[in-house]
Design a protein around this ligand. Structure first.
Ligand code: FPP
Length: 253
């Protein structure tokens, strides 16, 4: 990721998103365009992950969630799954020092127990090592799918009702949120998808209720800090109404 000057764009630190979530798409197409193996795209994509984490920390964005491996991605060819797991492990080990130095806590959202044991071991070690860090939360969505997350939450709530630890009349939106992987986190203010596809692909469906969505054609391995800053600027120019009317006018829907 190029660290181009962004002198032409000034961000207001007061209105930066508290939580940015990214669907990192386009690694395969990037590799194909360059007549390379898809794995090369994922390798280059990992470098961009490093740069985006650094950029978010510098900007003091509190939470960054990256969709790194979905529940559906297990159906990819075995060698691609293996390569992705290896890259994740490499990232989690090599970034430890950086996360510690920069006060960043690592967290996983998704079915951590489904990851290969060696990956789980490194994930657990990095999570433990960074558990007291409080300047930024880095969520890696691994074996993550929103429908699985919601289904698991429903099961947990039903179990509590059946064991008389919860009254069904006490089910609220907050209670449901508290049973998701993202409990105690702000909902994403901004969801970015690279690679130009107009869908959420089973990512944070509950949490995205009022997220601003930005889709860019850039393939993830080509994503730059410059573009990220411009997207943040675009976000700051939006009028977030959360279903209400704008403060200045009452007839714009
Ligand atoms: C989608 O691109 C990307 C993924 C399924 C994996 C994302 C993984 C990385 C960015 C690298 C490893 C992650 C970390 C956190 C180190 P695609 O393969 O679907 O691309 P395509 O749509 O062009 O085929």
């Amino acid at each position: 990721m190029k660290s181009n000057s962004t002198q032409d764009v000034t961000l207001n630190p007061e209105t930066l998103p508290a939580h940015v979530a990214i669907i990192m798409d386009g690694n395969g197409r990037w590799a194909k365009k360059k007549m390379m193996n898809r794995i090369k795209g994922h390798e280059q994509g990992s470098q961009i992950v490093r740069s985006v984490v650094t950029a978010c920390r510098e900007l003091e964005i509190g939470t960054l969630t990256l969709y790194a491996f979905s529940t559906e991605n297990w159906a990819r060819p075995k060698h691609e799954v293996k390569a992705l797991m290896m890259l994740l492990k490499k990232f989690i080990v090599s970034e430890r020092e950086n996360l510690l130095k920069n006060n960043i806590r690592l967290n996983i959202i998704g079915q951590k127990h489904k990851l290969p044991l060696d990956v789980q071991k490194e994930v657990d070690a990095t999570m433990e090592l960074t558990k007291d860090n409080n300047k930024m939360l880095l969520n890696l969505a691994l074996s993550y799918g929103s429908r699985e997350e919601i289904t698991t939450a429903v099961k947990q709530i039903v179990e509590k009702i059946e064991s008389k630890n919860l009254d069904s009349r006490d089910i609220t939106q907050d209670l449901i949120s508290d049973h998701l992987y993202t409990k105690a986190m702000p909902d994403p203010d901004l969801i970015i998808r690279t690679g130009g596809e107009y869908r959420l692909s089973n990512f944070l469906l509950w949490q995205a209720a009022y997220s601003e969505i930005y889709i860019c054609d850039t393939l993830w391995p080509d994503f730059t800090k410059d573009e990220f800053i411009k997207i943040l600027k675009n976000y700051q120019e939006r009028d977030r109404r959360f279903g209400k009317v704008a403060c200045s006018t009452s007839n714009d829907g």
